[in-house]
Design a binder for this molecule. Structure first.
Ligand SMILES: Cc1cc2nc3c(=O)[nH]c(=O)nc-3n(C[C@H](O)[C@H](O)[C@H](O)COP(=O)(O)OP(=O)(O)OC[C@H]3O[C@@H](n4cnc5c(N)ncnc54)[C@H](O)[C@@H]3O)c2cc1C
Length: 385
């Protein structure tokens, strides 16, 4: 495992992210505003195009450069809000590897400049984490037009999005050879009046709003489909693996952010006439969490290095997300404990790191499904999902 990485993208985002300090993020979380200033600063730097070919206005950098940059922006105060950099960059890979030349010309330069936002609408109440059991239908009503009917759950950032990539069945599940077939992707105007949305209140990630959607007679042109019809599931698998690794980087960065703040507090806060950080009861849990974060970081770097070598890294993507979500939970929990009662109040920030990292034991895939996959692929146990 060669750990000599090009750190220029990481340094670029470090520069940008440092300008958005904890006070900025506290205000975003309090007001539940979209962090437009952070988004625009990344957009101006061109970093949304970090993974994109130069001909589309991208930086054409390695995946590991991107992973380093995600970790850095999370640690430099964005925490799990690094999701915005992460998803804004990864969506370019879905378009670049699936869209037609015409779609690429229209979308990619704007995505690289952060001028467009695209959200993914895959999950449904009926399917839950069994994503290929979705029931939203795309019925062909002429050679050129499909009509979409169905629902989508928990979709991020719909209010800000210009487009949604909606996954829908073009062939019913009972008529396909295996259930991962018959699913297609469509690029839909997020403001289409045939989409009714209901906002959801959630535990954390207050920088982004989430919605349930009802698609009622939504007409789309065939030219709005992204990638080969019927193979939508296979068209995004690569990007889903990238998402798991980049999410791990975001978790490691958030865990370190929490530990940095807890260590600073532990060096300053005096109780019983001495700083609390001089007690091993405070030091050891922080040190243990730090070691766990470093361990998951090595797995994240390993996964990204294998990806850059063009080899299959699906297993490593699973190991990295499993270990990073656990270590970030541990780190944020111990950071909150170090702050004591102060940690429970919003002005000390650690409570939001703790709330935020929790989501990644469920999304983009749950801990149980990661373990089920590891049981099957690494241990040869019967498939349980
Ligand atoms: C904040 C947030 C943002 C999201 N954003 C998006 C988005 O932008 N777009 C999108 O499409 N989706 C999004 N999702 C959806 C997400 O990816 C999951 O599909 C969804 O959270 C699954 O929730 P569920 O309640 O349906 O879980 P369920 O599928 O009902 O699972 C419930 C529990 O059962 C467990 N379980 C299920 N099957 C098994 C099994 N075989 N073995 C062991 N355990 C099992 C699960 O691991 C889980 O713990 C988001 C979710 C959240 C929370």
């Amino acid at each position: 495992l060669d750990l000599r990485f090009d750190e220029s993208a990481k340094n670029l985002i470090a520069n940008i992210s440092s300008k958005f300090d904890p006070v900025y993020w506290r205000d975003i979380y309090r007001s539940k505003k979209f962090p437009n200033e952070y988004w625009q600063a990344i957009a101006r730097s061109g970093l949304f195009g970090i993974l994109l070919a130069k001909k589309w206005g991208g930086m054409e950098r390695k995946f590991s450069d991107f992973v380093l940059a995600v970790e850095e922006t999370a640690e430099r105060y964005a925490g799990i809000a690094s999701y915005l950099f992460l998803s804004g960059s990864l969506v370019t890979t879905i378009i670049a590897s699936n869209a037609t030349e015409e779609q690429k010309q229209e979308l990619l330069p704007k995505l690289a400049k952060g001028e467009l936002k695209i959200s993914l609408a895959l999950g449904e109440e009926i399917s839950g984490l069994d994503a290929t059991s979705i029931e939203t239908k795309a019925s062909k009503i002429s050679d050129e037009i499909f009509e979409l009917n169905g629902t989508k759950t928990f979709v991020n950032n719909v209010d800000q999005a210009d487009y949604l990539i909606v996954f829908a069945r073009t062939t019913p599940i009972e008529k396909v050879e295996k259930k991962s077939l018959g699913i297609s992707m469509f690029l839909i105007d997020a403001k289409d009046p045939a989409i009714k949305r209901t906002e959801l209140d959630k535990v954390g990630m207050d920088f982004v709003r989430n919605f349930n959607l009802k698609l009622d007679g939504l007409q789309v042109k065939r030219s709005q489909s992204i990638g080969e019809l019927e193979k939508g599931w296979y068209n995004v698998l690569q990007s889903f693996n990238m998402d798991r690794v980049a999410t791990s980087a975001s978790l490691v960065g958030t865990g370190k952010l929490a530990l940095n703040q807890a260590s600073k507090w532990a060096k300053e806060r005096k109780v019983f006439q001495k700083v609390i950080g001089s007690n091993q009861g405070i030091q050891f849990p922080l040190a243990n969490a730090y070691a766990e974060l470093e361990t998951s970081w090595i797995m994240t770097l390993k996964a990204s290095t294998i990806a850059d070598a063009g080899k299959n890294y699906a297993n490593e993507a699973n190991y990295s997300l499993l270990t990073a979500s656990n270590s970030a939970m541990l780190a944020t929990d111990r950071a909150l404990q170090t702050f004591g009662g102060h940690g429970y109040y919003k002005e000390y920030d650690v409570e939001r790191y703790w709330r935020d990292v929790r989501v990644h034991k469920i999304h983009p895939i749950s801990e149980e499904l990661l373990l089920a996959s590891i049981s099957e692929r690494a241990l040869g146990l019967p498939r349980s999902y």
